[in-house]
Design a binder for this molecule. Structure first.
Ligand code: ADP
Ligand code: MG
Length: 389
């Protein structure tokens, strides 16, 4: 689960990490008023669930309140496109107005989960700021990493080593040690999958400050924090993803034209790989999980049909726990209700498979049955090609 920069900064601040003075605005008049409060000179920042805003035109240094208002008008309602948003961008509905800080140096600092070692890993760089991806690509030796032992935790000497390697000394070095330890405490207590400060700056006046913040909470731990659901900004999410979550379905949007309905994450991955091999491009995948009911399959199918990019549907289900005739009924119910005549290929196996196939064949839908994963993938790709011709 993601939150906005201003919310992440509030959390950092509650752990003693200094942040710039700021106000969140919901209208361009509020942007103007907040800019006045900052004395006219300020930084206006679009709040979206993505980074890369600096380069994408979503962060601007402002000199007068009227200029802030104008920029607010330009930003509100706009779909801001950055390298992290995809071509559609994300709609700006909240704006953070902050004091403009005189920056001397910019660092990168984050703690995230390293899945291969099942540990938190601290990542730092003396070359922080908007070019961090470029640094990671061209000068990976400039990125410092430290794997954190979950039993021992992050020790002050380790934090000090990082601060020294960042080139800090004296009282700023000690401030940085404290900040790193506080960041780790926040990461643990708030159940973060990622907590990132980029840039962490040293101001011209000689203070450390978090100039940007990104936090992703671990979805599996959200139930432990009653305040988290209220922090969510649903306007930043794909409406189909919200709908899928309501029915406990895992829906992931992709860039192609074939909607994929599968059961189980492993089968989903295999389905996407095999589709690719046969020249197909998935538009999404929807995982209905192990013991899905007919209603759940129907809902999943409806969600796939609402995705405008879908030109054909590939259903790949192993009916170990699920019965294939139940799956077939769900598909027929959802497709029939909206009069769907898109090409559909169903590959299923397991209990009641013959009954399931029979139901589909007699359904009147534009459906073919795949005898194997490869055969199913080949069929849907072929059916789509014919549609185009
Ligand atoms: P993003 O990471 O999405 O590009 P940031 O919040 O990091 O957005 O802002 C981009 C850059 O703008 C920062 O690297 C920093 O140099 C500058 N910046 C951001 N906030 C301020 C601020 N309050 N005062 C001065 N400069 C800022
Ligand atoms: Mg940033």
């Amino acid at each position: 689960m993601n939150i906005h920069e201003y919310q992440a900064k509030e959390i950092l601040n509650s752990y003693g990490i200094p942040i710039p003075r700021g106000r969140v605005a919901l209208t361009s008049d509020q942007v103007e008023r907040a800019a006045k409060m900052m004395g006219g000179r300020c930084v206006v920042k679009a709040q979206i669930y993505a980074g890369g805003r600096g380069k994408g035109g979503g962060v601007r240094l402002i000199h007068h309140p009227e200029e802030a208002q104008e920029y607010g008008k330009e930003l509100f309602g706009k779909n801001l496109v950055t390298v992290q948003t995809g071509p559609q961008g994300l709609k700006v509905r909240r704006i953070l107005v902050e004091e403009a800080v005189e920056i001397a140096r910019e660092f990168y600092l984050s703690i995230t989960l390293d899945r291969s070692s099942s540990r938190y890993i601290l990542i730092a760089s003396a070359d922080g700021g908007v070019e961090i991806e470029e640094v990671a690509r061209k000068n990976p030796e400039r990125i410092l990493t430290l794997s954190i032992d979950p039993f021992i935790g992050l020790r002050p000497y380790q934090a000090r080593k990082i601060a020294l390697e960042l080139g800090l000394s004296g009282s700023i070095c000690e401030d940085c040690v404290e900040l790193i330890l506080n960041l780790y405490r926040a990461c643990l207590e708030k159940d973060c999958a990622l907590i990132e400060i980029n840039p962490l700056v040293v101001t011209k006046a000689g203070w450390l400050m978090a100039m940007d913040a990104k936090i992703t909470f671990d979805d599996n731990a959200v139930y432990r924090h009653r305040e988290y659901p209220d922090m969510m900004d649903y306007s930043q999410l794909d409406p189909l993803e919200i709908n899928a979550a309501k029915y406990d379905l895992a829906y992931i949007k992709l860039a192609g034209s074939i909607g994929c309905l599968v059961n189980g994450a492993g089968l989903a991955m295999a389905t996407l790989d095999v589709l690719h091999e046969y020249g197909g491009e998935p538009a999404n995948f929807l995982d209905v999980g192990g013991g899905a009911t007919r209603e759940k399959v129907a809902e999943a199918f409806r969600i796939i049909l609402q995705d405008c990019d879908v030109e054909g549907i590939f259903v790949n289900i192993f009916g170990g726990i699920m019965r294939c005739d139940v799956i077939a009924q769900g598909i027929i119910e959802a497709a029939g209700a909206v009069g769907c005549n898109l090409p559909i290929v169903v590959r299923m196996d397991g209990s009641q498979v013959e009954e399931g196939k029979k139901l589909l064949q007699e359904s009147g839908l534009n459906v073919q049955i795949g005898s194997s994963l490869g055969d199913g993938a080949a069929r849907i790709v072929d059916m789509l090609k014919r549609e185009v011709c």
